[in-house]
Design a protein around this ligand. Structure first.
Ligand code: SF4
Length: 275
């Protein structure tokens, strides 16, 4: 496989991070803002196939890739044989980033801890972003996900297991009050490394929700670098909400980033053993 073929491959990479997907189905959790189930979405190729593994290896050999994000459009923990698949990825010796909305069980956290240990032996780490968009009324937009309380418990358990953990306030919801954001950050800052903001894409269901509940919103056009084909997508302008969250996080001495790569790089630096 030549370098040109890799550039045109099925995985997506931005020079530092490689993104793939796993499993055979679209995510069943059905968050209404999620592009995965929106018409026309084209995700990155599968990384858990022989071709995907080969392409991943070529991407890594050919550049400065530091982070593997193996599942960006599915819950890893709903993928069959995820423990073996995740452990297999540790052979590359690069940091791995995953995100979740699920309430993880003790054995799942134990497995993640084993993956993290394996990576730390190679100078890398596992980073987990627990996705938590708000504390209250989450069911309006995330009908099938565990409660915010359960996700906070999961984040704390991950952190106590020594795993670099962040909170993905992603999408950053412009209709959540500063008080609710503050409560969320106040409760999670003691055990997370950082926070992650993100766009609120106007999927058909999200648009309907906004038009009904919060019609006074402004639209922006995004072209996410990491989405195959780089389509132009409508999103809600969340500039003010991100500024509010950033200010609150700073009060609790935690940074807010808008890119997954930055969040992982921050945890790598923060947790690097001191000479
Ligand atoms: S859990 Fe994640 S991948 Fe699944 S629908 Fe929600 S946002 Fe999309």
């Amino acid at each position: 496989m030549s370098g040109k073929e890799i550039e045109n491959g099925n995985l997506v990479h931005d020079g530092i991070r490689v993104l793939g997907s796993m499993g055979d189905k679209a995510c069943p959790l059905g968050c209404i803002y999620c592009f995965v189930n929106a018409p026309g979405y084209q995700g990155p190729g599968k990384v858990d196939t022989p071709d995907g593994m080969q392409e991943l290896a070529y991407n890594i050999e050919g550049g400065n890739i530091k982070i593997i994000q193996p599942v960006c459009d599915m819950e890893l923990f709903l993928v069959k044989n995820w423990p073996e698949k995740l452990m297999q990825l540790t052979t590359h010796g690069l940091s791995i980033d995953i995100s979740t909305k699920l309430a993880l069980e003790k054995n799942e956290i134990e497995h993640l801890k084993a993956v993290d240990q394996k990576l730390k032996e190679q100078g890398a780490l596992l980073h987990v972003a627990v996705s938590l968009t708000r504390l209250h009324d989450w069911k309006e937009i995330e009908q099938f996900t565990p409660s915010s309380e359960q996700r906070i418990v999961t984040a704390q358990k991950l952190s106590e297991a020594g795993i670099a953990t962040s909170i993905a306030l992603r999408p950053t919801l412009p209709f959540v009050s500063a008080g609710e954001f503050e409560e969320l950050i106040q409760r999670t800052a003691p055990f997370v490394d950082s926070y992650l903001s993100g766009p609120l894409y106007l999927t058909p269901k999200m648009k309907q929700y906004m038009n009904t509940k919060h019609p006074d919103y402004q639209v922006e056009i995004f072209s996410p670098k990491w989405m195959k084909g780089k389509p132009k997508i409508e999103a809600v302008n969340t500039y003010n909400a991100v500024a509010v969250v950033k200010g609150i996080a700073a009060q609790y001495e935690r940074p807010l980033f808008d890119s997954t790569t930055q969040v992982v790089e921050y945890s790598i630096l923060k947790r690097r053993p001191k000479p």
